[in-house]
Design a protein around this ligand. Structure first.
Ligand SMILES: NC(=O)c1ccc[n+]([C@@H]2O[C@H](COP(=O)([O-])OP(=O)(O)OC[C@H]3O[C@@H](n4cnc5c(N)ncnc54)[C@H](O)[C@@H]3O)[C@@H](O)[C@H]2O)c1
Length: 346
């Protein structure tokens, strides 16, 4: 049975909140969404949190259930009448619900959920004159050889029969949709290209990124599975920095109509990331297992990825504050607390 507004604060609570801004967050039970909900509630906003729980559970948001002004609705973002109804009175719609790179799964879900979900949110924003801040991704830069990636760069994607590009294509489509809605209907939109988020609340499988599986393996004293040769590089951004960037965007007039890279500029190879995770969370010699890309069928990876963030710095005052080692320590501590390690593990 769907979870509904029974988790909303009491009627009195809600009456007291009439002067607060109502914010609708889609994908609210996921990693970024749940952390954002916490930050919005702490600022005194009313939050309508929407998620169909297809890639999460209520674990991340249960702590908000008793909070004044918090309402959780289990709903599919593609349900246009429902999103239209839920968005009523919301000043900002933060759209995070999406499927990611179909590394193991199918591309159809990624394409349909991401494109139709965004269209649904944009239609609601048009009707209610709400602002839209939505999640795009660093993956849109694809195989761009020019580092660091700036928002003005061209986007270099591979063949359409390599399913991993479906994610980037869907997010590029989302960006085009959003800017078309702005031009055609005057909806204020902002696209945020997140780079490698990690932290408490992350999905602890591959869905959450390589750091999730490395931590899981290190805690269980199992080999860390690295896709490819491990020399591909990425940059990783601690969740509080991503949330700070979203908050700055939501309430800044300068962000309207813009695309921003939100990420940490520190670049690290995946192999070095694995070794660092093991040093912080494992025991004894690190265990590493290389998995060939062929294991995923016809697959392509991005070799190097690091953001140029001067635009976010200048227009939003965005500055990542949490270093990788500090952030990983906190993440490992959290992941240890939610992982069933059985006997014999510290
Ligand atoms: N975490 C990152 O580092 C990162 C990087 C780049 C882009 N992004 C983007 O940021 C957003 C949030 O990412 P995240 O890491 O929190 O992902 P996540 O998977 O943890 O959260 C996404 C949430 O959306 C929900 N969802 C999926 N399909 C839905 C649907 N049809 N209707 C309603 N809810 C649905 C899932 O159940 C999940 O709780 C996504 O759009 C993602 O593409 C994230």
């Amino acid at each position: 049975m769907p979870l509904t507004a029974r988790y909303a604060g009491s009627l009195v609570d809600r009456l007291l909140k009439v002067s607060m801004e109502k914010i609708l967050v889609t994908g609210a039970a996921g990693f970024i969404g749940s952390n954002l909900c916490g930050a919005l509630l702490a600022k005194g906003h009313a939050v309508c949190a929407v998620d169909n729980l297809s890639q999460s559970t209520t674990r991340n948001i249960e702590k908000h259930f008793g909070c004044s002004g918090f309402e959780f609705v289990q709903e599919d973002v593609r349900n246009e009448p429902a999103i239209l109804r839920l968005a009523e009175g919301a000043t900002v719609l933060v759209h995070l619900a999406a499927y990611k790179i179909p590394r193991y799964g199918n591309a159809l879900d990624t394409l349909t959920i991401n494109v139709h979900g965004t269209e649904s949110v944009l239609k609601a924003a048009r009707e209610h004159k709400s602002r839209v801040v939505f999640a795009s991704t660093s993956d849109v830069y694809g195989k761009n050889p020019h580092l660091p990636f700036a928002e003005t760069h061209d986007l270099y994607l591979g063949e359409t029969n390599v399913k991993r590009w479906a994610y980037a294509v869907s997010k590029i489509m989302d960006e085009h949709y959003a800017f078309a809605y702005q031009q055609e209907y005057g909806v204020s939109v902002t696209a945020l290209r997140f780079f490698g988020g990690y932290g408490p609340g992350q999905n602890t499988t591959w869905w959450g990124g390589p750091q999730s599986v490395f931590i899981d393996a290190a805690l269980k004293d199992q080999p860390m599975e690295i896709h490819g040769d491990g020399l591909q590089t990425r940059s990783f951004t601690y969740i509080s920095d991503h949330v700070d960037g979203i908050l700055r965007t939501m309430f800044s007039p300068k962000a309207v109509g813009e695309i921003f890279n939100l990420g940490n500029v520190h670049e690290i190879s995946i192999l070095d990331l694995a070794l660092l995770v093991w040093r912080l969370g494992g025991r004894g010699e690190p265990k590493v297992k290389l998995i060939s890309y062929q294991a995923f069928g016809k697959y392509e990876d991005v070799r190097n990825r690091v953001p140029e963030i001067s635009k976010a710095r200048e227009l939003l005052g965005f500055e990542p504050k949490v270093g990788l080692e500090e952030g990983l320590r906190k993440t490992i501590e959290w992941q240890r607390s939610v992982t069933n390690l059985g006997e014999g593990h510290s």
